[in-house]
Design a protein around this ligand. Structure first.
Ligand code: SAH
Ligand code: SF4
Ligand code: F3S
Length: 448
């Protein structure tokens, strides 16, 4: 009987991308995927630790599986990986079969053969990768592909667990990235999303010219210049490292989407200082102004209005009402297209964990709601610009009687008037006339 695996992924796109590499490895050694968790012989949980709630879900998930295992005779193996703090590793050790580091993915086959009898005495000859990112993933979001260009983070924002779970920054060699993107283009992928905790500090080597360092704007240009009809974007950017050169490159490279995710985290200089973010609000607002002007000057049609999204944390230790008010001011001024608003959650190991988490849960909730309300207004205002316009949309998926896709400004569009023979439109660029907008998306009809 064949062995089946099921992967549960928490957290950001980086984890989702890692899961695509895990899937590739498992399938190479004889596992086949199952969507039904109960049918799996091996369950991999790819953990996120960015907030306590994410960690709690992992604990919940594990005891669920364990309880079911007790009732049935089947003994499912549980493997944990991803972003896990040492303390949680300690606590979870006895509740799972293995805890494996994602950057050791190349040696998983050998390790798994110790807990899975069917893998015993197998030879894993093809696993001589130097780096886990060399493993060609089982891409699962056609026509969109997430391509990691670096792992880890050197920034140590005081609230953030990532440098402790993913370690220091390591950039992937430029040729390796280009090679992967070329293959994706060949396979018909139409949207390439480069991934890194701070893509702006990418510093990759070129194997052919050992001493030469490729920085991020150059990498963007190199990918943009590849043949093929595709769109390119990247997450996340850090306001302290987003250079004028990158702004110029983005605006001029025609395949780069008119989209920028630029996490601000707070609208108050003192809070930013205590978050160890290394920029001021003036600097942030200047960046926004520069990039908006550049896109407006160089791009055409809806691409003139670049889509800008951000991340914000409310209730950082010691955040006063006045400091919070500065965040509301910033949001009203910048008018974001989208903001991912989080309530501060103290993380063990981080430097902010030493500060008293003194903004109450109710107050965090209240602040969250205020920001969500501002966002609802600005996002709607932004989307209204699309009403009755005919825009190019990359079709991503089909659900019930609708197609879903994105504009080159990364706006989600639902297409309702399609005929069944149009379902092969997935992965194609089509023209859509926008008929209805909400703060969170828009709807339109295929324009023949
Ligand atoms: N590297 C990315 C973000 C990684 S974490 C960047 O710098 O933009 C994703 C988001 O989670 C962060 O931007 C932040 O807004 C939020 N976050 C991180 N740590 C948090 C914490 N302790 N409490 C609440 N939100 C947090
Ligand atoms: Fe965390 Fe800051 Fe690094 Fe982003 S830049 S991953 S928020 S430490
Ligand atoms: Fe991503 Fe969570 Fe790790 S946000 S980098 S999966 S801690």
């Amino acid at each position: 009987m064949s062995m089946k695996y099921h992967i549960i992924t928490y957290g950001c796109q980086m984890n989702r991308s890692d899961s695509e590499r895990i899937a590739a490895v498992l399938e190479k050694i004889g596992y086949s995927p199952t969507l039904d968790k109960d049918k799996a012989d091996l369950i991999v949980i790819n953990v996120c630790s960015v907030r306590q709630s994410a960690v709690d879900r992992v604990y919940g998930q594990i005891s669920n599986i364990k309880n079911k295992n007790l009732k049935k005779i089947k003994n499912q193996k549980i493997v944990l990986t991803g972003c896990i703090l040492p303390k949680d590793k300690e606590n979870l050790k006895n509740k799972t079969d293995l805890i494996l580091d994602i950057d050791q993915l190349m040696s998983w086959p050998q390790i798994l053969s110790k807990i899975e009898t069917k893998l015993k005495n197998k030879q894993f000859k093809n696993f001589k990768f130097k780096n886990y990112l060399n493993i060609f993933p089982k891409f699962s979001t056609f026509p969109i592909a997430y391509v990691p260009i670096m792992t880890g983070c050197n920034n140590f924002c005081s609230y953030c667990v990532v440098p402790y779970t993913r370690g220091r920054e390591i950039s992937r060699p430029a040729e390796e990235i280009i090679c992967e993107v070329k293959e994706l283009i060949k396979r018909g992928y139409k949207m390439i999303i480069l991934l890194g905790q701070n893509v702006n500090s990418y510093q990759g080597k070129l194997k052919t010219q050992k001493e030469k360092i490729i920085r991020f704007p150059k990498l963007v240009k190199m990918i943009n210049d590849l043949d093929g009809n595709f769109w390119l974007t990247f997450i996340s950017n850090h306001p302290k490292d987003l250079s004028d050169k990158l702004i110029e490159t983005m605006a001029r490279c025609e395949k780069v989407m008119s989209y920028l995710h630029l996490p601000v985290q707070a609208g108050d200089d003192e809070i930013l200082r205590r978050m160890n973010r290394n920029y001021t609000i003036t600097h942030y607002k200047n960046l926004i102004k520069k990039i908006r002007l550049k896109f407006f000057a160089i791009r055409k049609g809806i691409e003139k209005n670049i889509n800008i999204s951000t991340d914000i944390i409310v209730g950082f230790p010691g955040e006063t009402k006045k400091q919070f008010l500065n965040t509301t001011k910033l949001m009203k001024e910048v008018k974001f297209d989208m903001a991912y608003i989080a309530k501060y959650s103290p993380r063990p190991a981080t430097s902010a964990a030493k500060l008293k988490d003194d903004v109450s849960q109710e107050e965090k909730e209240r602040r969250w709601k205020i920001l969500a309300k501002i966002l609802e207004k600005t996002a709607l205002e932004k989307n209204k610009k699309y009403l009755n316009k005919i825009v190019e949309v990359l079709i991503e998926s089909k659900k019930d009687n609708s197609l879903f896709g994105r504009t080159k400004t990364f706006k989600q569009v639902k297409v309702s008037n399609f005929q069944s023979q149009d379902s092969d439109l997935i992965g194609k660029f089509v023209k859509v006339k926008i008929k209805k907008v909400t703060p969170w998306g828009m709807e339109g009809e295929l324009f023949y």
